[in-house]
Write a protein that binds this ligand. Structure first.
Ligand SMILES: Cc1cc2nc3c(=O)[nH]c(=O)nc-3n(C[C@H](O)[C@H](O)[C@H](O)COP(=O)(O)OP(=O)(O)OC[C@H]3O[C@@H](n4cnc5c(N)ncnc54)[C@H](O)[C@@H]3O)c2cc1C
Length: 345
């Protein structure tokens, strides 16, 4: 791998966009290619970042490292493009009942660095009898604006083109190709051997009449205030049906999420569908193809692309530009070897 070879990035979702910025930063010759039509899951994502997630209230994997890297990249792109993309709003995790509150109290010392404030219920306009906790460092990225504005910049600098890439025949001797295809790059193509479990997800955009809550609310599902009286409610998971079509079942589930947070009347504005690129362990992977020279992958951002894409992009850029080794837990080579030899024999 020559340090001055041009790098072609296939896919302009969060992975491809963050990698493009990190390589551009280093003065590397790049080309970003996407098939267009806003088909990736990054466009659908609510953009939510929360350092602690899930029923178990566990800090996300390596969050203390990746959160500042994410904020750093979004802030620097905001400065270059003169527009705010990351909205630092409090993420309020509500407790379902006394049992969940007690569980939090038992874990509290462990979670201390991520606690901004413990909130007592009730909360005006929100079903929140048991109160909740505001996590430190959360917010949401306007992924559509971030991707659109980045694309505009890349286009202006002659770095962006729109075409469908045949990943099976893309590698060439005079450049490096990095496949950042999201779910479209899993289950088929050069990295089909990776253990994957793509998950379809749907979200609703709703207008909730009379609701003024400006924090992200989370409790099983979540509600993200996106301005203009609108909220995003999410998200469903489905593994058997990966068709990018909205379903009635998801709509009912998501309206149920809205109703858990508020009794106020609401109007459904939009239902969006995407497929999350999940690879075993739900961790991102980067690195070279085992057999095809000059072909790399950056995939597996799962449900947390906003948090991980910038820091993982930085590691891949360090590898491509300075030959820095890829850590084992991000390495596609390591994962591929494990997949081919599961018993470790
Ligand atoms: C309903 C839902 C809600 C979500 N909410 C959140 C959230 O709140 N917070 C969060 O962090 N994450 C969220 N996610 C997850 C997030 O969307 C993903 O982690 C992330 O978007 C993956 O980014 P990516 O760049 O790998 O893939 P994608 O965004 O899918 O991008 C891949 C790109 O590659 C292009 N492409 C693919 N194949 C080709 C080809 N052959 N030729 C040319 N171009 C090609 C596509 O057009 C696309 O633009 C959510 C996902 C879903 C589905």
């Amino acid at each position: 791998m020559a340090a001055n070879q041009r790098i072609v990035i296939v896919g302009q979702g969060l992975a491809g966009t963050c990698l493009a910025w990190r390589l551009w930063d280093r003065g590397r010759a790049i080309e970003v290619v996407d098939r267009g039509g806003l088909r990736g899951s990054s466009v659908v994502a609510a953009g939510l970042v929360s350092p602690v997630t899930g029923k178990g209230m566990n800090p996300s994997w390596r969050v203390a490292e990746f959160l500042p890297l994410a904020m750093g990249l979004y802030r620097s792109v905001e400065m270059v493009l003169g527009e705010e993309f990351f909205h630092r709003v409090p993420v309020l995790r509500l407790f379902r009942d006394g049992g969940e509150r007690a569980k939090f109290e038992a874990k509290r010392a462990q979670l201390e660095r991520w606690i901004e404030e413990v909130v007592e219920g009730p909360i005006a306009g929100v079903n929140a009898e048991w109160g909740g906790v505001v996590w430190k460092g959360g917010g949401w990225l306007d992924t559509q604006r971030f991707l659109e504005a980045s694309k505009g910049y890349f286009r202006e600098h002659g770095l962006y083109s729109e075409r469908e890439v045949d990943a099976d025949h893309e590698a060439a001797n005079d450049h490096i190709t990095v496949l950042c295809q999201g779910a479209a790059g899993l289950g088929s193509g050069p990295f089909a051997y990776l253990p994957e479990r793509r998950a379809k997800g749907e979200i609703l955009t709703v207008r909730i009449l009379g609701m003024t809550e400006g924090r992200v609310l989370s409790r099983g599902g979540w509600l993200v205030p996106v301005g203009g009286g609108l909220y995003r409610a999410g998200a469903t998971y489905a593994w058997d049906d990966l068709e990018a079509k909205p379903t009635r079942q998801a709509r009912e589930e998501l309206e149920g999420v809205v109703r858990t947070f508020t009794d106020a009347p609401y109007e459904v504005i939009e239902q969006l569908v995407g497929v999350r690129p999940i690879i075993r362990r739900s961790q991102p992977v980067i690195g070279p193809h085992p057999d095809r020279e000059n072909l790399y992958v950056f995939n597996g951002l799962g449900s947390k692309g906003v948090l991980y894409a910038p820091g993982v992009a930085e590691r891949l850029a360090n590898h491509l530009c300075q030959g820095v080794d890829i850590e084992d837990d991000l390495s596609v080579e390591r994962l591929g070897a494990d997949a081919r030899n599961p018993a470790g024999a």
